[in-house]
Design a protein around this ligand. Structure first.
Ligand code: PLP
Length: 242
């Protein structure tokens, strides 16, 4: 059965079909609603990291607009490829790229033109560099809400100061972002902690919840879930995608 896009230029290397992707997105929307979320307030960021540009294009075809990437170089090349594809498909809205990975200062410049929301700002020097390369950019401050030592994110106690600092650099701080516990424990306390912190700082957005913990995140007040596997299937290890 050929249920691929009407454009008909989908390379055969993409096993996922638009119908499947749409079904998975609908199931995700159901879960968001069942967890007390309002679909107008909870944005789905479709995480396309490690997948080829064709997968991002499929996401755009079914109406997913917010796309998340973790690696600077990958975003750089994929965004160019996708933009070229969008220019040939006038019906399709261009994506909003979210940068959700660990970010080094020296990588900011190369992706500054394509990032719509920088979700992982966790230190002052990074905020400074983003402000320099992408003045007035929209950002989220990443917070380590689980006190795991190896995890990125500023400490909850430092968050207010970093938010202030970023604002003084002219950045548009739209909210906070966190990653739930990586040890499989109940993610709710971490998510509740982020929501409370955002509320105290008068920030609207809380980017929290991934494939495995969407329901918990939404019930704790997430406004943005970052979902890869549940939409696109399992990722191959980094580096094997051409
Ligand atoms: C990879 C990644 C995601 C998506 O993870 P899934 O479990 O595939 O949904 C979300 N957020 C961040 C920061 C990630 O690195």
């Amino acid at each position: 059965m050929d249920d691929r896009s009407p454009q008909g230029d989908r390379p055969p290397s993409v096993p996922l079909t638009a119908i499947e992707l749409r079904q998975r997105w609908l199931a995700l929307q159901d879960e968001i609603v069942d967890s007390g979320g309002d679909l107008d307030r909870v944005r789905v960021v479709a995480v396309t990291k490690t997948f080829p540009a064709a997968v991002a294009e499929l996401a755009l075809e079914v109406g997913l607009i917010d796309l998340g990437e973790n690696y600077g170089q990958e975003l750089e090349s994929k965004s160019v490829e996708v933009a070229e594809w969008v220019s040939r498909h006038p019906r399709i809205e261009p994506p909003r790229w979210h940068f959700i990975g660990g970010l080094q200062r020296n990588k900011v410049k190369r992706i500054a033109d394509c990032v719509a929301l920088w979700q992982t700002v966790d230190r002052a020097d990074l905020a400074d560099e983003i402000a320099r390369r992408a003045p007035q950019a929209a950002i989220l401050v990443q917070v380590n809400t689980t006190d795991e030592v190896q995890k990125s994110g500023c400490g909850p106690a430092e968050t207010a100061r970093l938010v202030d600092h970023a604002r003084r650099q002219g950045l548009d701080v739209q909210g906070l972002m966190t990653i739930g516990p990586t040890d499989g424990s109940d993610p709710r306390p971490a998510f509740a902690r982020l929501r409370k912190l955002a509320d105290e700082l008068g920030l609207v957005d809380c980017s929290m919840g991934m494939s495995g913990d969407v329901a918990a995140a939404v019930s704790e007040g997430s406004t943005m879930v970052r979902v890869g596997t549940r939409l696109f299937g399992n990722r191959s290890p980094r580096g094997t995608i051409s």
